[in-house]
Design a protein around this ligand. Structure first.
Ligand code: FAD
Length: 299
């Protein structure tokens, strides 16, 4: 870790909100659902799909879970009403996973069922390792009845992921593959960036071999390059995969991917709960602050 990254990571909880806001601004659509709709319309007009996410996770009581469940249903209804090329991403702890597993599952079930009625799709994000087993269980329970309407995220940094792909290959599979953002112990996750990249490529190939639909979520051009080689190797048509990127990150790479004829989806978070989310993200990945500082000061 560079000195700048180390300092950012150590001091992030003490950096004043307005300053974090400077870093966070380009990564979040705004406080309201209307902001996510506006950003989605802009991206759709460039031939880019989105997945909309309402900020909020690791909630404190189940009333909050109910609130987020209803907001997710509102997002799906709004996507339909506005005719957007967008789907929904949600976090299991936003639905109450850290409080009551059964309630969380039923909340997600209700949302996925609603998405199916509207012909849309829900991506279940993957959080830290305390959530991995339950999140995969949820997906396993839903994917049969809701095939084509639900998918899950798997993280390339986790040592267990190739096994998870193997175990899930007895049914329909719709994955987002990403490196993983949480600060996990070495016993669970690879720490070396080279190994994480090797793991990403290994898992992606395994997913393609098993016939999974994959959202290839990365801004790492080395991985985009390897992914396009695998897409070619397996002769995959455009409808069998998509690239995915976060809002505000490397718009040039975004254009390169779209102009090469691939489908691309941008993750569009919105909501008032942006400060804790942004602090966590900056702590987990100080590179975000480095990029924002570079943009601000040209360093
Ligand atoms: P990195 O090595 O981090 O970055 C590669 C290059 O991308 C960098 O060198 C830099 O040039 C550029 N870059 C990266 N980040 C930024 C930035 N913020 N601003 C400007 N340039 C940047 N993680 C989870 O654990 N669970 C999830 O459910 C999850 N969902 C995700 C959904 C999407 C659509 C995406 C794109 C990521 C998601 N992530 C999730 C985060 C992911 O795990 C990585 O932490 C994140 O994408 C950074 O990894 P990278 O592959 O871009 O590689």
């Amino acid at each position: 870790m560079s000195l700048l990254n180390f300092l950012i990571s150590k001091s992030i909880m003490h950096i004043p909100g307005p300053l974090v806001g400077i870093f966070a601004k380009s990564y979040i659509a705004g406080p309201e659902l209307n902001d996510a709709v506006r950003v989605t319309k802009e991206l759709n007009s460039q031939g880019i799909m989105t997945t909309i996410d309402i900020l909020g996770e690791f909630i404190k009581n189940l009333d909050e879970a109910e609130y987020y469940r209803e907001r997710c249903i509102e997002i799906l209804d709004t996507i339909k009403k506005e005719g957007l090329d967008a789907n929904l991403s949600l976090k299991p702890t936003q639905m109450g996973l850290n409080l009551n597993k059964e309630v969380a599952f039923n909340n997600i079930l209700k949302i996925v069922d609603h998405a199916k009625q509207l012909g849309n799709f829900v991506r279940i994000d993957m959080e830290d390792v305390t959530c991995t087993n339950d999140t995969i269980d949820f997906y396993r329970s839903l994917r049969g009845k809701y095939q084509g309407h639900v998918g899950v995220v798997l993280q390339a940094y986790l040592r267990r992921t190739p096994k998870d792909v193997e175990n899930l290959s007895d049914g329909p599979m719709n994955f987002r593959l990403c490196k993983g953002i949480y600060n996990e112990k070495r016993v669970h996750a690879y720490k070396d960036p080279y190994i994480i990249n090797q793991s990403f490529i290994y898992i992606l190939e395994k997913m393609f071999q098993k016939g999974a639909y994959v959202g290839i979520a990365t801004h790492d051009e080395k991985l985009v390059f390897e992914a396009t080689r695998l897409i070619e190797k397996y002769g995959l048509t455009r409808d069998k995969y998509e690239f995915q990127m976060l809002l505000g990150v490397d718009e040039e790479l975004r254009r390169i991917i779209v102009n090469s004829g691939h489908r691309l989806r941008v993750y569009v978070p919105f909501g008032k709960d942006w400060l804790p989310y942004s602090r966590r993200r900056l702590k987990e990945n100080p590179n975000i602050a480095r990029h924002a500082l570079r943009q601000l000061f040209g360093i």
